[in-house]
Write a protein that binds this ligand. Structure first.
Ligand SMILES: *Cc1c(COP(=O)(O)O)cnc(C)c1O
Length: 421
């Protein structure tokens, strides 16, 4: 079935009441039929509900539905996009090992990888997402993950997914792709060889800026890459924390199984059933919204490109953009989501424009149905000096837009009056 049909139906069987909307199972725990039943659930002889830190029927629908949209085998929902990324990395990597990451990353992922993981003894090495030789030179026998974003936030680059996953396969390393900005509607990294996909559901998945959440998805047949792979001995040897379970041997998707049984159990970054329910509502309209976000963003980008006050527009849907070819290859219909940025002459000019817009809210979020404007140099990248700003692709005159679902005429009119104010 097509993605839009699965977005409405996948993973939910109506209960005895015939409930059309997926019910919110707002509960901490579940009753067992007998001691034997409880023991069977704990030993995985039988699969079922134990405790909401491990699983929940509402969250289960969100996980099954999202896994289906990505074309994956299984998923684990988490309390935020950051915890999904953290789980994906530490599920594969231990102290003394390293990960290789694109340097064009979301700010939170950069600080996680560079600073927080370092305190866990995990080293992050950075490659330029457009330079495959720099990637290969960073890999050694301690590398456990190659991590990158399909459509990068905030630099708005499009990764050559196939080139990167080919290198990961050559060395038997897991590739982890953050697909938050593109969403599975526009791009499905598993079709280009990725092993794990992570998301912040806080952006386009909720779609209306309603909740923080995340999800980690495992591709089909990942067990074959993990089995007997010397980089991932903890999937191939008995887990002493789970009475000797060997994850690759029990016929369930091993990566999400371990993330659930070990990481969710011990770290507890679990999604609330209510937020799962909100994300299920969001998924129902995700494909309709992504088409409109993309259409609006392209029209706004074209307007900005024609305006004399604008030095440069970054949007992969523009023919003038360096990422145009990758966008045509990896994104359905060449549609590029709602994220764009543009550069004006100076910090003063940028500040004036941001303050003069009326329809764009000054907010550090993306993927809302309402349009959002941000000035990275004075907010998310405030601690950097002028040289550092230029080095990470965020000059002080750069303005980022998350283009919403308002009428495009109103969005262009408001931007025009702000530029000319
Ligand atoms: C927002 C974002 C995250 C972090 O997600 P949270 O849900 O805010 O924790 C990770 N990656 C990308 C690309 C994001 O835009």
């Amino acid at each position: 079935m097509d993605l839009q049909t699965r977005a409405l139906h996948e993973g939910y069987t109506k209960d005895s009441q015939g409930t059309m909307a997926v019910p919110i199972y707002q509960t901490t725990a579940y009753e067992f039929n007998s001691v034997e039943h409880a023991a069977d659930l704990f030993s995985l002889k039988q699969l079922g509900n134990i405790y909401t830190r491990l699983n929940n029927p509402t969250t289960d629908v969100f996980e099954k539905r999202f896994a289906s949209l990505e074309g994956g085998e299984a998923a684990l929902a988490t309390s935020s996009g950051m915890s999904a990324t953290f789980f994906a990395i530490v599920n594969a990597t231990a102290a003394g090992e390293n990960i290789v990451c694109a340097k064009q990353l979301y700010g939170g992922s950069l600080t996680l990888n560079t600073h927080t993981l370092k305190r866990f003894g995990i080293e992050a090495r950075y490659f330029d997402v457009h330079d495959m030789s720099s990637l290969e030179s960073l890999i050694d026998d301690k590398t456990r993950v190659i991590f990158f974003e399909s459509l990068t936030n905030p630099s708005i680059d499009v990764a050559d997914i196939e080139a990167i996953t080919k290198i990961a396969d050559k060395y038997g390393i897991l590739s982890v792709v953050d697909n938050t900005v593109a969403t599975p509607v526009l791009c499905r990294p598993f079709e280009f060889g990725a092993d794990i996909v992570v998301h912040s559901a806080s952006k386009y998945t909720t779609g209306q800026g309603l909740a923080i959440g995340g999800i980690l998805v495992e591709r089909k047949n990942l067990v074959e890459k993990l089995r007997s792979n010397p980089r991932y001995e903890h999937f191939n040897n008995p887990d002493p924390s789970y009475h000797g379970l060997i994850y690759v041997n029990i016929g369930l998707p091993p990566f999400t199984l371990r993330a659930r049984l070990s990481l969710s159990r011990d770290l507890g970054a679990v999604l609330s059933p209510f937020n799962s329910w909100l994300f299920i509502q969001g998924i129902e309209t995700l494909s309709l919204r992504m088409k409109e976000h993309s259409k609006n963003a392209l029209a706004l980008a074209e307007f900005l490109e024609s305006h004399p006050k604008v030095k440069k527009v970054n949007y992969p849907g523009l023919k003038s953009n360096a990422n145009y070819k990758n966008a045509q290859k990896y994104f359905d219909g060449g549609e590029c989501s709602g994220l764009l940025s543009f550069e004006v002459a100076s910090l003063q000019e940028a500040t004036k424009i941001v303050d003069a817009t009326k329809l764009y809210s000054l907010v550090v979020n993306i993927g809302d149905s309402k349009s959002i404007i941000t000035h990275p140099a004075s907010t998310t990248h405030q601690q950097l000096n002028e040289q550092e700003l230029i080095a990470c692709g965020v000059p002080s005159g750069l303005i980022r837009i998350s283009c919403g679902l308002e009428s495009i005429k109103d969005l262009i009119d408001d931007m025009k009056q702000a530029l000319e104010a």
